[in-house]
Design a binder for this molecule. Sequence first.
Ligand SMILES: N[C@@H](CCC(=O)N[C@@H](CS)C(=O)NCC(=O)O)C(=O)O
Length: 315
Amino acid sequence: MANQEQAGAWTKAFELGKFIRKSSEFRNHITKGGAFDVESGRYHLYVSHACPWAHRTLITRTLLGIEDHISFDVVDWRMNRDGSWSFNPDEKGATHDSIHGASHLEDVYERAYPGWNESRNIGTVPVLWDRKQDTIVNNESREIIRMFDTFYEAGLGNGTTLSPVSLRKEIDAMIDANYESVNNGVYKSGFARTQSAYDEAVTALFHRLDQLEEHLANRDWLVGEGVGQLTEADVCLFTTLARFDIVYVVHFKCNIRRIIDYPNLQAFLERMMKVPGVKETCHWHHIKAHYYWSHQNINTFRIIPSGPHEGIHTL
Ligand SMILES: N[C@@H](CCC(=O)N[C@@H](CS)C(=O)NCC(=O)O)C(=O)O
């Protein structure tokens, strides 16, 4: 019944020209002593450097200091018209599939879920792969970054946590408040197929950005006492805002204002870029080329704009 209701809501939204994000299919969790136990060298990430959701996982992996425990491969920035990612080690910053030697990410999904390609499901990044059970643990970025905390709890990281238990409620509320309006909001603006769907999405997006600008007036980070402390909520906002001025303003028509026009949001981005390790996870060429090249439905000739010449990508 719940599924039927959901399907009905999706059909209605689709008819109204709205972008509808599919929910992630693999929702297992790493837990101490569980079927997916906390083990060094067991898990592997498949990411795209272009993707804001995948970027969250790489930043978290770096900040927690679990690079030696979780490996990763990077797909080519080109996402084909059918939505498929491929491995292309000849492309700078991309790699081959070091576990399966697959040519496409769908082959990795097929291995975890035989029949995947036939049912024409699309394989999204990020993917958290389990070498031991030879399957996908989870493909939902928000859950992947939270389960990385099990490595912190097991003493395997550098002693950093981005989701201290005492702040989890606040962190979750902040991530929720930004998800539909900002993180998904840029996609809802860019992929809208009617004026009203676009208007609704872009209005909600900038309403939330205005609120965040005010929220950050007297604080450095989104959550926590005083000026706050760096948490998952900041990582989740950062990866969307980092792409805003160089891609979303033009490609997704999110042009009411730029982030550089918001002093506090811009300062937040610059602050994040100074956190050791964050800058190294930002691959601007993959980000820019991916969007403008891949979505030919909204950029027919795949022309990549030359600007902007100012912004955090120049830091
Ligand atoms: N809910 C997922 C979203 C992941 C997602 O949509 N990734 C995009 C790249 S930015 C993707 O792989 N898209 C493939 C497609 O749509 O065909 C998460 O947060 O992990």
